[in-house]
Design a protein around this ligand. Structure first.
Ligand code: FAD
Length: 492
């Protein structure tokens, strides 16, 4: 009989255990108490991981063995036969698995099957480049996998339709008014997971709550169908907008099932393309979504492996402010700014807010206040239900904090309150005024933006894309009192 297949909790999809080279193997799933404790983090993330593994065990019946142990090594020893395993999704797990090879517990490490592009093909594409442009990578992915292509040209003649996708939230409405996403129904497996997590003596972050994301292949498939049939068409125009009373808006909510590898990314991309070809979604919206999966997601994964191991410790802007307690404790009630409070509450209540609160509210706040990027990376990894080691360095150190000195993004992502006032509906109910720079009602993002620009004026003046911010700052009559105020600000 072939060696059993050991699956990590983020390798749960049928394209892995049902692949030709695996289909005759017994499946081994290990629930490791020490891994759970080590990760701690958001309670709902632990729930999703355990629920996903236990549902797969249930689905596979006699084909799978479910081992509960203190650690992976103990479980594999107990199994008594060497296993094969697919290359895991983090450097630390990668090194660990190779130690298990030396110890004879793992017979073979198969390639990672959870992304469209293989690591070898990425390395060939990357060549000896030091700097990378996502747009070039994305175009090569579209060509390679023949997605939204007319021969060798992009469908519709243009690769990038972002300009059509930047609508602010609709005025005079509290919710976007699009069909609901697919929602799971919990079952007895979820009940058991909840009870077991209650019994574990772990200090989770975040609150428990009903399960909101797909954890089985069947659920993921239904979530995907609902999204492409009913919500993809409105994804693009509103992907950058934020509405206080509508947290999912028109986002797919697929990051959890994608990161658990319940969905093959190419299946997701093809479903979206088909919706466009069937007339269920505009080209701009479809292209915008495909760019996220085939472009950004794959790019972030490959750069995680491509960059040196010290990438996560990069701190080019010399940011050393420790994360304040209200931030680490997700204490939304301690925060006055509606946008920031709402984003923190979303993290506490469900471990998920969409891309713009992550980048332009939480990330931008951290950048303006000079939070330590490595600490912030750990914060995002722990507190987001879709947070894994591979996804954070490039998103947090690179994109959000510019701590890599611009390897990833040509300018820091931050803004004053004017942007937030245009793209969110938070400011109308906020005690701060996005137009005010100095005084009790000065918006911390507006004032923070100028304080940040001042702190990094030389770097920003030397960059074509940010030079104008510095000259605008130099024209502010109230810069001195603003800097004084921000140096002592305690209320956000
Ligand atoms: P949609 O808006 O519907 O997008 C579709 C899919 O595109 C997502 O499901 C995701 O798989 C993929 N995607 C889009 N952008 C990215 C990206 N930059 N990196 C990776 N995948 C991307 N994504 C995670 O999966 N896990 C994280 O922990 C995570 N942390 C982030 C932290 C910061 C500071 C930032 C700026 C972004 C982060 N992202 C992360 C990317 C993105 O915000 C989430 O993937 C997205 O909000 C998940 O919701 P959704 O499935 O509804 O996505």
């Amino acid at each position: 009989t072939p060696a059993p297949l050991w699956l990590f909790a983020d390798q749960l999809g049928p394209h892995i255990h049902g692949a030709d080279h695996n289909v005759d193997r017994e499946v081994v799933l290990v629930e490791s108490r020490s891994a759970l404790r080590r990760r701690a983090g958001h309670r709902q993330k632990a729930h999703l991981l355990l629920s996903g593994m236990r549902h797969l065990d249930d689905e596979l019946g006699d084909r799978s063995a479910y081992l509960r142990a203190d650690g992976y090594r103990e479980a594999l020893r107990e199994l008594g036969r060497p296993v094969v395993v697919h290359e895991p999704s983090s450097r630390s797990a990668h090194d660990f698995v190779h130690r298990l090879v030396d110890e004879g517990l793992v017979a073979e490490v198969l390639p990672n099957p959870t992304f469209a592009l293989s690591r070898a093909d990425f390395e060939e594409w990357a060549g000896t480049n030091r700097r990378f442009v996502m747009e070039n990578f994305y175009r090569s992915q579209r060509r390679r996998f023949s997605v939204l292509m007319d021969g060798d040209q992009p469908v519709g003649g243009s690769w990038n339709l972002d300009a059509d996708n930047r609508e602010p939230p609709p005025k005079r409405r509290r919710e976007l008014g699009v069909p609901q996403p697919w929602w799971p129904t919990e079952d007895e497996i979820d009940d058991r997971v909840r009870a077991d997590l209650d019994d574990l003596d772990v200090d989770w972050s975040g609150q428990d709550g009903p399960r909101l994301f797909a954890v089985t292949a069947d659920e993921a498939d239904r979530a995907l169908r609902t999204f492409v049939d009913q919500r993809l068409d409105t994804f693009g125009p509103y992907e950058d907008a934020v509405m206080a009373a509508d947290w999912p808006m028109s986002h797919s909510l697929l990051s959890v099932p994608l990161n658990l590898s319940l969905l093959d990314p190419l299946v997701v991309v093809h479903a979206a393309e088909q919706a466009y070809r069937d007339g269920a979604s505009t080209l701009a919206s479809t292209e915008g979504f495909i760019r996220q999966i085939l472009g950004w997601r794959e790019y972030v994964w490959h750069l995680y492996w491509h960059f040196d191991t010290d990438y996560v410790d990069r701190n080019e802007l010399d940011a050393h402010t420790p994360l304040p307690d209200w931030f680490t404790q997700l204490d939304a009630d301690a925060v006055t700014a509606r946008c920031l409070s709402d984003a923190l509450r979303g993290v506490r209540e469900r471990g998920w807010v969409h891309h713009i609160p992550r980048l332009m509210i939480l990330g931008s706040h951290a950048l303006q206040r000079g939070y330590d990027p490595a600490e912030l990376t750990r914060w995002f990894t722990a507190n987001f239900v879709d947070g894994y080691e591979w996804v954070m360095p490039v998103n947090v150190v690179g994109m959000s904090q510019h701590a890599d000195g611009g390897l990833m993004a040509t300018k820091p992502y931050t803004s004053g309150g004017a942007y937030l006032n245009r793209m969110t509906d938070h400011c109308r109910d906020c005690d701060f005024d996005p137009k005010v720079r100095v005084g009790d009602d000065a918006c911390p993002f507006t004032a923070g933006y100028w304080a940040f620009t001042h702190r990094h004026r030389d770097r920003l003046a030397a960059n074509q894309r940010t030079r104008r911010a510095v000259s605008s700052m130099d024209r502010l009559a109230d810069l001195e009192p603003l800097l004084e105020q921000e140096a002592h600000r305690e209320t956000f």
